[in-house]
Write a protein that binds this ligand. Structure first.
Ligand code: RBF
Length: 169
């Protein structure tokens, strides 16, 4: 398993674009709030650390409402990227599959339609321990990775809209 090999939350801070002029939205699901709160804290701290100009946060009842929350944020604020944070724990029924697919599809469609990067910061664990391991536990904190992804996507969007600039490798 890739996540068993490395803590992906340890990233090269010097290799992240400057976020000083960027505005971010964060949508946090209240379900499994002890997990989503830990993800949110790490996400917001990472955005702050890289100088984010503004962070607008809203809470929604559950992960299923994340795409709607992100839509409302995008239509009411000028944002460079939005991060959706949730935790859908597998139960005895298949509710988790319906929620996860709906959220993934909703977020993808929203980003494509609005041209605003929307980041999938949703844990989809089999049990609570797997979630804790990824919310500040042995596999780091996926909130950090969601923030880094948002900054990088916002920077990519800006680099493409800046006249005369071509991204090189
Ligand atoms: N929302 C979550 O964010 N995480 C969950 O683990 C979760 N489990 C749910 C289990 C069931 C059986 C149901 C009906 C809902 C669950 N929800 C969960 C809430 C869901 O995302 C949404 O808020 C509600 O279905 C209302 O649209």
């Amino acid at each position: 398993m890739a996540s068993a090999l490395q803590n992906l939350s340890r990233y090269d801070e010097t290799n992240i674009p400057d976020a000083r002029d960027m505005r971010f939205g964060i949508v946090v699901a209240e379900w499994n709030h002890h997990i989503t709160h830990a993800l949110y804290e790490a996400c917001a701290q990472t955005l702050d650390k890289h100088g984010a100009r503004e962070i607008v946060t809203i809470q929604v009842p559950g992960s299923f409402e994340l795409p709607t929350g992100a839509t409302l944020l995008i239509h009411n604020h000028k944002l460079d990227a939005v991060i959706c944070i949730g935790c859908v724990i597998k139960g005895e029924t298949s509710h988790n599959e319906y929620i996860n697919y709906a959220v993934a599809n909703g977020i993808t469609s929203l980003a494509i339609q609005t041209h605003v990067p929307v980041v999938f910061g949703v844990l989809t664990p089999d049990n609570e321990q797997q979630a804790l391991d990824r919310a500040g536990g042995k596999y780091g904190n996926k909130g950090v990775e969601a923030a880094v992804t948002a900054i990088r996507m916002a920077a990519i969007k800006r680099s493409l809209s800046a006249p005369g600039r071509i991204m090189g490798f």
